[in-house]
Write a protein that binds this ligand. Structure first.
Ligand code: HEM
Length: 182
């Protein structure tokens, strides 16, 4: 996993926990790389799991909950870091439609060692879209958070329903619809 994801997660924990608690967490967690990340470097997925576990322990929250909240934060960070890629889009559906054809391949072109997931558009109608997510890493809650970050970025409230595939743990479907007016 790219160092950018680790660095962003540490920033997220800093916001949630404050600097002293974060420093304590980092000092007491055994990280294979020693915990000094560069955004262009790549680190073992297992190390992210260790950091996530430590973060969940310190926050007193479940991994799914923390990953989803982190996803919202990560989208903001990615959109800022890759303004060149995200800035050209004016809406949620437009961006999601091109995630697999433009955004993630562009990330791969910049960082050939990045391991990005696959998103296939299954159906699209107006402001609704159905996406199939496939990844060896199976991080549907992180994906949900990234989707929520995307809705927030464009100021277009949507709701997401996730459906797991009982025969394939690496495949999920996201049903994305405009949020009902309140
Ligand atoms: C709503 C929009 C997006 C969704 C749902 C999404 C989803 C994901 C997910 C779930 C992962 C984790 C890896 C995996 O599942 O295998 C990931 C990784 C990544 N994505 Fe996206 N993404 C989105 C937008 C973006 C944007 C806008 C950028 C940058 C311009 C981006 C760049 C990356 C990078 C750098 C990684 C890490 C790759 C690695 O660690 O090797 N994504 N994305």
């Amino acid at each position: 996993m790219k160092g950018l994801v680790f660095i962003s997660f540490i920033e997220f924990l800093e916001l949630r926990l404050g600097v002293p608690a974060l420093e304590q967490l980092l000092a007491s967690t055994e990280l294979a790389s020693g915990g000094a990340y560069t955004s262009v470097g790549s680190y073992e997925d297992a190390e992210f799991g260790v950091l996530l576990g430590a973060g969940c322990g310190a926050l007193g929250e479940e991994a799914g909950e923390v990953l989803e909240e982190f996803g919202v934060f990560l989208f903001r960070r990615l959109a800022w870091e890759h303004e060149d890629l995200v800035g050209g889009y004016t809406g949620v559906i437009e961006l999601l439609r091109r995630l697999d054809e433009h955004i993630h391949p562009a990330v791969k072109a910049i960082h050939p060692d990045a391991e990005v997931p696959e998103f296939e558009v299954i159906r699209e109608e107006g402001a609704s879209i159905v996406l199939e997510y496939r990844s060896a890493r199976s991080l549907p809650t992180l994906a949900r958070g990234l989707l929520r970050g995307c809705f927030e970025h464009f100021g277009e409230p949507h709701v997401v329903r996730t459906e797991a595939d009982p025969s394939d743990p690496h495949r999920f479907t996201f049903f994305i619809d405009p949020a009902p007016a309140t």
